[in-house]
Design a protein around this ligand. Structure first.
Ligand code: PMP
Length: 307
């Protein structure tokens, strides 16, 4: 498939033409997965183009680097300016931003001293799990691959290497004809999707696995917990066994890319009436309301691209 790329990218302190943002084949990250990254969306809103929870994403990027003791050559204010600059250079409003910090070319070996290189790409992006899925939902399966145990690889760091797990889960699901895979944690209880957190609706309350369940502490997950509690919907963070997926009234996935994607079946068992359930719809309205102005942004989550 031919790809079109944005015109500009931010790389190591400068806006460059896309083709010039290159790295050496012997960079540490190419061999060992030593990168940390973020996925951030901006939306076109009545108040102009806004980046959603940029500071929270950048904080998580710095936390991911900290977990791996990766030196960061820029501070949060500099990366904030860089995100805005790459959006403006590409004249983007609704977009997906991808900051990545990675160990570059240095010594050889796992513990080698290597510089940290940083890039930020931005491009338009529609619904991550496919056209129409935000309304129709997806068919999901429980993966044969479990997530890594907490004493093996820290799931709380959004590191490149973690996504080997995500690729196994996502590719297996697609190969079997499912829209996405759901993974169990090391202890056999529910964890998360390949690149999304998971919510179950049972008796009108939202239930979601706890952060200790080998999952990424998602910013969308936190957004939904905050919006639900404010709307008087009970939220329970708890260990959940696999079979609750089959018994739940509604199931949905959430993430920056996936936004709020209803799950209409799991392992061939239809969820609820097989369409989007009322609580999922309500959560979608509250979430997208932040961008069309119908949900007040009381938290300062929207940050302008310009100005
Ligand atoms: N889990 C994984 C493994 C992810 O890659 C993502 C996407 N970043 C999420 C959950 C959702 O996180 P967020 O809401 O911060 O995008």
């Amino acid at each position: 498939m031919t790809q079109t790329y944005p015109e500009f990218i931010w790389h190591n302190g400068a806006i460059k033409p896309w083709a010039e943002a290159t790295t050496h084949v012997m960079a540490h990250a190419v061999h060992y997965g030593s990168s940390v990254f973020e996925g951030i969306r901006s939306y076109k809103t009545p108040r102009g183009a806004m980046i959603f929870r940029l500071q929270d994403h950048l904080r998580r990027l710095f936390n991911s680097a900290r977990i791996y003791a990766m030196a960061m050559p820029y501070d949060q204010a500099q990366l904030t300016a860089a995100c805005r600059a790459v959006m403006q250079a590409n004249k983007l409003e609704a977009a997906y931003l991808r900051p990545v910090a990675y160990l570059g070319l240095g010594g050889f070996g796992l513990a080698a001293d290597c510089p940290t290189d940083v890039a930020i790409a931005a491009r338009p992006m529609g619904a991550y799990l496919g056209e129409g899925v935000l309304e129709q939902g997806i068919d999901a399966c429980v993966s044969s691959w479990q997530r890594f145990a907490p004493n093996t690889i820290p799931a709380g760091a959004k590191a490149g290497g973690n996504y080997l797990s995500g690729q196994l889960i996502a590719r297996e699901a697609r190969r079997l004809g499912f829209g996405e895979g759901i993974a169990l944690a090391h202890n056999g209880l529910l964890s998360e999707g390949a690149g999304e957190n998971l919510f179950l609706v049972m008796d009108g309350a939202l239930h979601t696995p706890p952060v200790a369940a080998s999952l990424l502490n998602g910013i969308t997950r936190h957004t939904l917990i905050t919006l639900a509690e404010q709307a008087g919907i009970k939220v329970v963070e708890r260990d959940l066994p696999r079979e609750y997926l089959y018994l739940a009234d509604e199931v949905f996935m959430c993430g920056t890319a996936a936004e709020i994607t209803p799950i209409r079946s799991v392992d061939g068992r239809s969820i609820g009436n097989g369409g989007m359930g009322p609580i999922t719809r309500r959560m979608q309205r509250l979430y997208f309301g932040l961008f069309d102005g119908s949900t007040a942004d009381q938290w300062g989550w929207l940050e302008p691209v310009t100005g």
